[in-house]
Write a protein that binds this ligand. Structure first.
Ligand code: AKG
Length: 272
């Protein structure tokens, strides 16, 4: 059987079962519920929690962010556990870069094909790994994550970057417009997508070069996933800088890469 590290290295993602991760899910739920209560009563945004609503329905919450910055249990207990899981795969120390809970309520929108590195590279970090913690079962009906391999990209296309997982490519993508962040069609149209169905407590680790997407939630129940993104510690500590910028310019398209949310550059649709 292939070792977990070599699977992550080869695929760019790995699905860890709840039995393997042993996260205290009741505590996770309690911490999230504290944050939801705080976010709900804080229309001014003074708590620092970032609430982002769906473009198609301004009453439907898409996500909240700044979890570890807002709750000591996330910062002191969950983040170090996830950090260790990521470090085991990457073989290097990592720091928390950003965090969020995507709610994907019934009717919530999907995420079009993208690479997360598009949204993080402008901060000066070239490689990130996200730990996605399932709070609800994720499946075809409610919009589970889907991953794909990159193939057919020449040396002169995209931007090639040396990473702990070998050379990876940042594919050409759309900038601004309704397709902001989406991988160029020449690449995404021929990708074969693998849906990763998962159970509450499972963790999917994926790096920021792996193309991924998800469908809208067409079921009757909410599909929540927590996402904790880590960068290589050798590149620095970005968490506070990242949120300073997000608080100042929440509508910057950089914070809306292939998401079902609204940003400030909705006219134009330029592929770079
Ligand atoms: O929550 C989802 O379904 C997908 C999330 C995602 O792709 C992202 O936030 O980059």
């Amino acid at each position: 059987m292939q070792s977990q590290n070599s699977l992550f290295r080869e695929q760019g993602f790995i699905h860890l079962s709840r039995e393997a991760c042993k996260l205290a899910m009741a505590d996770v739920e309690q911490a999230l519920s504290r944050l939801c209560t705080l976010a709900h009563g804080d229309k001014s945004g003074a708590s620092g929690i970032v609430s982002v609503f769906e473009a198609s329905n301004p009453d439907l919450l898409c996500r909240i962010e700044y979890l570890a910055g807002s709750d000591a249990w996330f910062a002191d207990t969950l983040v170090p556990q996830l950090q260790r899981l990521v470090e085991q795969q990457v073989g290097q120390a990592v720091n928390l870069f950003k965090d969020k809970c995507n709610f994907k309520h019934p009717g919530g929108g999907g995420f079009t094909p993208h690479q997360d590195v598009v949204a993080y590279r402008p901060f000066g970090s070239d490689y990130q790994v996200t730990a996605a913690v399932m709070l609800d079962a994720a499946n075809a009906a409610n919009g589970a994550l889907e991953m794909a391999r990159i193939w057919g990209c020449g040396e002169d296309e995209g931007v090639w970057v040396d990473t702990p997982r070998g050379r990876q490519v940042l594919l050409p993508s759309y900038q601004g417009g309704a397709r902001n962040g989406d991988i160029g069609d020449r690449f995404s149209s021929t990708m074969q997508w693998q849906r990763v169905d998962a159970q509450p407590g499972d963790v999917i680790l994926f790096d920021s070069y792996i193309p991924h997407r998800s469908s809208p939630n067409s079921s009757r129940s909410t599909r929540r996933i927590l996402f904790f993104t880590f960068n290589l510690a050798s590149e620095g500590d970005f968490y506070h800088q990242y949120y300073q910028r997000k608080w100042a310019t929440p509508d910057d398209p950089l914070f809306h890469v292939s998401t079902p949310t609204r940003h400030s550059a909705l006219s134009g649709n330029n592929q770079r």
